[in-house]
Design a binder for this molecule. Structure first.
Ligand code: ATP
Length: 236
């Protein structure tokens, strides 16, 4: 094993695997010869991709290009047809230890039925060792949710629901954020604020892989771009 590079920033202090898993050369994601066949169609073909600690990678491409498919492979929700996917030193396995270090925001919002916005955030916080009410309050404010904090997410607008999902992902410690079209349904001001927030997360040593359609949003988070087309991923 080559030299180990650890960066323990504000988002990472409570991380379960800091100091346990060695990230060779700061590599957080390593994809080698990844192919994925869905419904008899080769969606991804021999993809090779690396993401380092503190990097934001934006997957861009037309509808159906395979961006969500790639994110689902990184989250361990989809088994590749062939090739290797390594996340934080291991194959994504969906085990609790994996989810302690990785936060995933899917394209479709989901939440715990019967809980208010604040209760949802508190539950996510408790699950990941964040019990500080002031921290929950700060996130509620940061994501513009104060007036709807006691409401059920089902009664929120689509942009407000997206904010709840993003707040939950950024509230807890993690080392890698996987975000499927996080800018979707957000107004322009909040898109640009989210870009700044993700940049700060990366400055703290976290890595982000996101799929996005909004070029201005991708620029606002200073992301490296990877174009997904014809089953291939071409990085800048
Ligand atoms: N379960 C499935 N069975 C068969 N085909 C699938 C399945 N899931 C996805 N696909 C196909 O795989 C291709 C890639 O889909 P994917 O959702 O990854 O695209 P995307 O780049 O995220 O698109 P969008 O920008 O519209 O979100 C599409 O042609 C889609 O129809």
């Amino acid at each position: 094993m080559k030299s180990c590079v650890f960066w323990v920033g504000p988002n990472l202090r409570n991380s379960s695997r800091v100091g346990v898993i060695a990230i060779v050369g700061g590599m957080v994601v390593a994809i080698r010869e990844l192919s994925v066949e869905l419904g008899g169609h080769l969606v991804l073909k021999d993809v090779h991709l690396d993401v380092t600690a503190g990097e934001i990678l934006a997957l861009v491409g037309v509808n159906g290009a395979g961006k969500s498919t790639l994110l689902r492979c990184l989250a361990g929700l989809l088994r590749p047809t062939s090739g290797q996917v390594t996340v934080l030193g291991s194959a994504p396995d969906g085990a609790p230890a994996f989810w302690r270090d990785v936060a995933f925001v899917a394209e479709e919002p989901s939440w715990y039925p019967g809980l208010t916005v604040r209760e949802h955030l508190e539950l996510v916080g408790i699950t990941h060792g964040v019990r500080d009410r002031a921290r929950i309050d700060a996130v509620v404010d940061e994501f513009g949710l104060r007036e709807r904090a006691e409401a059920s997410p089902i009664t929120l607008s689509s942009g407000q629901r997206r904010r709840v999902m993003l707040a939950a992902a950024l509230l807890r410690p993690s080392r890698l954020l996987l975000l499927d079209e996080p800018e979707q349904a957000l107004d322009s001001e909040f898109r640009s604020r989210l870009g700044g927030r993700l940049s700060a997360y990366a400055d703290g040593g976290g890595s982000v892989v996101l799929a996005a359609h909004d070029a201005a949003f991708v620029r606002s988070c200073s992301a490296r771009q990877a174009v997904v087309a014809d089953g291939q991923v071409d990085c800048e």
